[in-house]
Every structure is written in structure tokens, then in C-alpha cells.
Design a protein around this ligand. Structure first.
Ligand SMILES: [Zn+2]
Length: 384
């Protein structure tokens, strides 16, 4: 702890400008009702740490998970100043000299994470990692990638809404307004299936396994789709390796509208590279029309956005495609055995781009035909 820890805590009976400051913070959080302690026109010198102040401080400490003692020490004081900021109150950017702190930064970090961007720890401090995550989001959504969270970025974040991760009332409110804006993926159930897992690492490139990479990719896709209103399920966690039958049964039980399985390829020849996709079909008649359509959409979106080689879409009768009762597609996203493909796939930015491509493909699949945008463009929910 630095010199701050020597700050004497403010508590019952204290008075003066420091108490007036606490009153102002509590009032801005709606914790001090009008007519009680700390009225707007309170003379600074006469501000008193009365029982109403103590009650409000206890309330604040409880909600924030601080130790509840009803006094304002260093920790509570810092939390009070940070809580005064809500997203949109000020421009947020990375200042290496005096890093910006506050609940608005926490909120931004939270949202970036939910959308599948790595913005570092959610700690309320706008650090270099927050900037990297924000720039990636801005780039993917066609905004100026300046690392500053201003009005245009806020608008994009708002339009994307957010998935509800808990019972916190402000989240439920946002979710309700998101429903009203009518994004087209609301009500769609999508199962994302990262291949391999558990004791089966798939292809291994150095310390990185196909199983880990496709799980990372699946989580990014989950964030994107959920932010656009879809309900998303992953077939496995890090430690599991379900059989093909278990994966399809999971999707069938979830009554999914769409099933997307993710793999990366490897080949003995180091020249093999590129992206291919597979849908159910015998190659001579029987095939899944929607599956074929989505296989083509997702492959083309990935190719256009990443520059990976296009290897086409192909009908297959694999169990994974055959036993699922909804359109099912397997995407083989690049060759871990190819030096350039591998470098790209190991880059989290490329995996974010692939996640954006999948979102665009899903949107195109479920969008009315007249609203279908050209490949490589992106539709924000609520604009259609
Ligand atoms: Zn694989």
C-alpha cells in the first residue's frame, strides 16, 4: 500500500469538506434521498457524517462487495470515486501517465469480453490491453480504430446490446430494450461444436493444439452470436471429448436451428492450406439445402475477411452431419501444418475475424433475402 493507506477513515461524527465530498458521491449514486444528509446546497464546512450517511455507506459497501464498516477508508473512497462514472460520461482511452479508472471502464471491458474480444482483466483500469481489445472491436465493426471510446463506439456497443449474464437489474433493462430493437437472431438457437477436446488434442503445432484453438474460436463465435441476440450452446468444455453421437444428440436435445462444427486441418504436405466447409449430402441427389447454403456462406465470409485460400464446400455423409436434425456444417478453418496458415491461426486477431465472419454468415442465413448484404459486409442488429 502507498501513502494513501495512511488516510484516516471518515466516520460518524466527522464533518467538513471531505464529508461533503462523500455526500456528493453518494447522492450521484442515488443512495442519499433528497431531504436527508448532504442536500445539494450544503455548506461544505457544515457537512456532517450523520446516521443517514453511515447507512448509505454501508449500503454501498455491501453492494460493491467491500468490507462493511460504515466508514470511508481508502478502499471505499476509491470505489466511491470510480462508481461516479458511467459509460458515456467521458471519452475513454489509454493514458500511460495517468490511467483512467472507473465503473465506465469496467463496463466497457465487460462488454468487449462478452463480444469475444480480449481486453485484459476486467479491473476498471483502462490499460494497454483494453486499448488492444477496443481497437479490434472498432476494426471489426467498421469504426475508426483509434482506441478511444467515444460516441460512435458507444452507439455500436449499444446496438449490439448484451447477453444477460446475471440478475443485475441494469442488465435486464438493457436486454429488454435490445428485444424491442428487434435483432433478427433473437430466438435462434445455435450449437457451436469445437472439435476434439479432453484427451484428444487434434493436430498439434508446437504447444498449441487444434482442440484449444477451436475452443477459443468457438468462444469468440459464441460471444458474437449471443451479442446479436442468438441463444448459443457449446458442445464441450476444455476437458471433454464427446463422441460424434453425443455432439449431435446435444444439438438435437437443444432443438438447435443450426449446428456448426469447428476444426483445423493438417496434412503431410506442407503445401496444403486453406478453408473448406462440409454439409450433409451424398453427392448424388440427397443433400441438406440449408446446410449447403450455410456451408457456402460461412466459407465465403471467412475467405473474404482473412485471405485464407478457398477450398470450396463439399457434401459428406459423416455421422456428425447425418445424425443432426438441423442444418449442420463443419468448417475446417485453415491448415495448422502450413507455415502461413499456422501463423495466422495462432493470432487471436484472425480468430476474432473468423468469429465476425461466422456472425455475418449466420445473419445472412436468417435474414430475409432482400436485406442480404454483399459478402464481407456486416449488419448491425437493429439497422435492418
Ligand atoms: Zn480436427
Amino acid at each position: 500500500m502507498g501513502t494513501d493507506s495512511r488516510m484516516r477513515p471518515l466516520g460518524p461524527g466527522d464533518r467538513g469538506p471531505a464529508v461533503a465530498d462523500v455526500h456528493a458521491a453518494l447522492r450521484s449514486l442515488g443512495l442519499l434521498p433528497a431531504g436527508t444528509a448532504g442536500a445539494e446546497d450544503e455548506p461544505l464546512e457544515q457537512a456532517v457524517y450523520d446516521p443517514a450517511t453511515e447507512l448509505a455507506v454501508r449500503h454501498f459497501q455491501q453492494v460493491r462487495g467491500l468490507s462493511v464498516d460504515g466508514a470511508v477508508g481508502e478502499e471505499t473512497y476509491r470505489a466511491l470515486s470510480e462508481a461516479r462514472w458511467s459509460l458515456g460520461d467521458r471519452l475513454l482511452h489509454h493514458d500511460p501517465e495517468r490511467p483512467i479508472r472507473g465503473d465506465d471502464v469496467t463496463n466497457l471491458q465487460d462488454r468487449l469480453h462478452e463480444l469475444g474480444y480480449d481486453a485484459g482483466p476486467v479491473d476498471g483500469v483502462f490499460g494497454p490491453e483494453t486499448e488492444v481489445g477496443l481497437r479490434a472491436f472498432q476494426r471489426d465493426y467498421g469504426l475508426t480504430s483509434d482506441g478511444t471510446c467515444g460516441p460512435a463506439t458507444l452507439r455500436a456497443l449499444r446496438q449490439l446490446g448484451r447477453k444477460v449474464t446475471g440478475g443485475r437489474p441494469q442488465l435486464l433493462r438493457q436486454s429488454a430494450s435490445f428485444l424491442e430493437s428487434g435483432p433478427h437472431l433473437i430466438g435462434r438457437r445455435i450449437v457451436v461444436d469445437p472439435g476434439h477436446g479432453g484427451g484428444d488434442p487434434g493436430f498439434t503445432a508446437g504447444e498449441t493444439t487444434e482442440a484449444d484453438l477451436v475452443l477459443d474460436l468457438a468462444s469468440r463465435i459464441e460471444g458474437r452470436l449471443a451479442a446479436a441476440g442468438a441463444t448459443v450452446y457449446l458442445t464441450r468444455g476444455r476437458r471433454q471429448n464427446p463422441t460424434a453421437a453425443e455432439r449431435t444428440a446435444f444439438a438435437n436435445d437443444a432443438r438447435a436451428d443450426l449446428f456448426l462444427s469447428l476444426h483445423m486441418d493438417a496434412h503431410g504436405s506442407e503445401h496444403a492450406r486453406g478453408v473448406s466447409s462440409y454439409y450433409y449430402g451424398t453427392g448424388s441427389g440427397a443433400s441438406s439445402t440449408v446446410g449447403e447454403q450455410f456451408a457456402s456462406l460461412v466459407r465465403r465470409e471467412v475467405v473474404v475477411r482473412t485471405g485464407l485460400l478457398d477450398l470450396g464446400s463439399h457434401p459428406k455423409t459423416w455421422d456428425l452431419l447425418r445424425m443432426s436434425r438441423m442444418p449442420a456444417v463443419r468448417l475446417d478453418c485453415g491448415y495448422l501444418s502450413h507455415p502461413v496458415d499456422r501463423l495466422l491461426l495462432l493470432d487471436a486477431r484472425l480468430r476474432s475475424t473468423v468469429a465476425s465472419a461466422v456472425l455475418a454468415a449466420v445473419q445472412r442465413l436468417f435474414l430475409p433475402a432482400e436485406a442480404d448484404p454483399p459478402t464481407g459486409t456486416f449488419v448491425l442488429p437493429g439497422r435492418v
